[in-house]
Design a protein around this ligand. Structure first.
Ligand SMILES: [Zn+2]
Length: 305
């Protein structure tokens, strides 16, 4: 049975802390290096629900993608959301380790797992890490579908293959446009728009796309510019948990450790319900000459709900 320090060393080998972005807070948040580790749980978010799951599982180590504390704090009082998480972890002898942007840029990393879930072949990083001589690490991935498909079909595939969320998949652009190349980025991706445009891909699948950046991106486009597909943040990063668990399993086998590695299936996307619009745009609000029609209109059935 390995000690926490040995398991952490293995995790650091997969996702070195020095490869995290400068603003990030990765590494071990809670844990005694000498404690023994039998059970590990992987999850996206270090929230109370997930910590309770780790307690129920009798896990010794929780590994999450998102940091618990991104900035400093002056309290871990159990009366605070994050303080309660810390209390529950310590009371139950559970360590917490975070692999965030160091897992994003790893090879394989978060966007490789996303591409894998969508059956896309990874060609290269969208934003290569300049410190990687092999050009394999970096943020986002440029991919190719194994068989040709349209934007609509890619959206339907994402809706089917990514874990279910209330949001589903939102689409901007022509649903019938062919997708021969697609950029993907797990988590919030609108900071990568310039790279997406420069990559010359047909579509970009990511999460957390905001009104203004998305609006400007689409307006700046010429016909044939990339379509946008927006999934729930949690859903785009969850596939990494399975990849990461498999990686740790492999390390565990190599060392002959008796380690049980689990992946949380608990959806921690904060959005829990969705109502599709049913109102018809009124003649006074519809833009003259535009293609605005009610969502029920069969010839605009672009995005799946
Ligand atoms: Zn994220």
């Amino acid at each position: 049975m390995p000690r926490l320090s040995e398991v952490i060393a293995a995790l650091e080998n997969l996702w070195p802390a020095e490869r995290a972005e400068s603003w990030d807070a990765v590494g071990t948040v809670v844990g005694d290096p000498g404690m023994q580790v039998r059970r590990v749980l992987f999850a996206v978010d270090p929230v109370q629900e997930i910590v309770d799951e780790a307690v129920g599982l009798d896990a010794d180590l929780l590994v999450t993608h998102h940091p618990l504390y991104l900035r400093g704090t002056t309290t871990v009082a159990a009366s605070t959301f994050k303080g309660r998480v810390v209390h529950t972890l310590i009371k139950n002898d559970i360590a917490l380790h975070v692999a965030h942007t160091n897992a994003d840029s790893a090879d394989p990393g978060v966007s490789d797992a996303l591409a894998g879930a969508l059956d896309l072949r990874v060609v290269r990083p969208l934003v290569p890490d300049p410190s990687d001589p092999d050009g394999r690490r970096g943020l986002g991935r440029v991919c190719e579908p194994i068989h040709p498909l349209t934007v609509r079909e890619l959206a339907a595939r994402a809706a089917e293959r990514l874990p279910a969320t209330a949001q589903g998949i939102r689409v901007a652009g022509d649903p019938d446009a062919p997708v021969r190349t697609v950029a993907v980025s797990g988590g919030s991706g609108d900071s990568l728009f310039d790279h997406v445009r420069a990559a010359g891909v047909d579509a970009f699948l990511t999460a957390d796309l905001r009104h203004h950046p998305a609006s400007e991106f689409m307006a700046a486009g010429t016909p044939g510019s990339p379509a946008l597909l927006d999934a729930a943040h949690w859903a785009t990063e969850w596939p990494w948990c399975e990849l990461a668990a498999a990686q740790l399993d492999e390390v565990s086998d190599r060392h002959g450790w008796d380690l049980r590695v689990h992946v949380s299936k608990t959806a921690t996307d904060p959005w829990t319900a969705h109502a599709a619009s049913t109102a018809r745009p009124s003649p006074t609000t519809a833009v003259p000459g535009s293609a605005v029609r009610a969502p029920s209109d069969p010839d605009t059935s672009g995005a799946p709900n």
